[in-house]
Design a protein around this ligand. Structure first.
Ligand code: FEO
Length: 169
């Protein structure tokens, strides 16, 4: 059984993951508007992945006998100064989500809630990947610049991403 404090913290994370999906959907719209369909495809997959994360928390709350409560999802920013600025914002957001996951782990340890601590381990590893993937794109954009042929090639590369739910999750 979850403590009421843990139940609230996990519900807040459902909201944070749904906000992540919403923020990345706003980036899809921005990239489509910039005629960068590959960037838009990459962010579509990213948004779908965030919905998957939200549902993982949603299911876990129920598995532990808790009650899911859905709150309003904050309106996301919807325009950026450049594709690089949008990706930098995505990286900053992932760093924020990593901190939230770490705070949840701290709470699970404080409460001696071993089941939740074990459940969160998947997210700790996932956040390492998330920061690495987005950070890698930011680094490449810094190298190639955000104009001309480099941006075109990057758009083509990013357009190959498809989200498939991980089998070990
Ligand atoms: Fe659900 Fe990108 O963290």
């Amino acid at each position: 059984m979850l403590s009421s404090k843990m139940e609230k913290a996990l519900n807040d994370q459902v909201n944070a993951e749904l906000f992540s999906a919403y923020l990345y959907l706003a980036m899809v719209a921005y990239f489509e508007d910039q005629n960068l369909s590959g960037f838009a495809q990459w962010m579509t997959a990213q948004s779908q992945e965030e919905n998957f994360h939200a549902m993982k928390f949603f299911s876990y709350i129920h598995e532990r006998g808790g009650r899911v409560t859905l709150e309003s999802i904050e309106k996301p920013q919807f325009t950026w100064a450049s594709p690089l600025a949008a990706l930098e914002a995505a990286l900053a957001h992932e760093q924020y989500i990593s901190k939230r996951i770490n705070d949840l782990v701290d709470l699970a340890i404080d409460e001696k809630d071993h089941a939740t601590n074990s459940f969160l381990r998947w997210f700790v590893d996932e956040q390492v990947e998330e920061e690495d993937h987005v950070g890698g794109i930011v680094q490449k954009l810094h190298m190639i610049g955000t104009e001309g042929g480099g941006l075109f090639m990057m758009d083509r590369d990013l357009g190959t991403r498809v989200f498939t739910p991980p089998v070990n999750a």
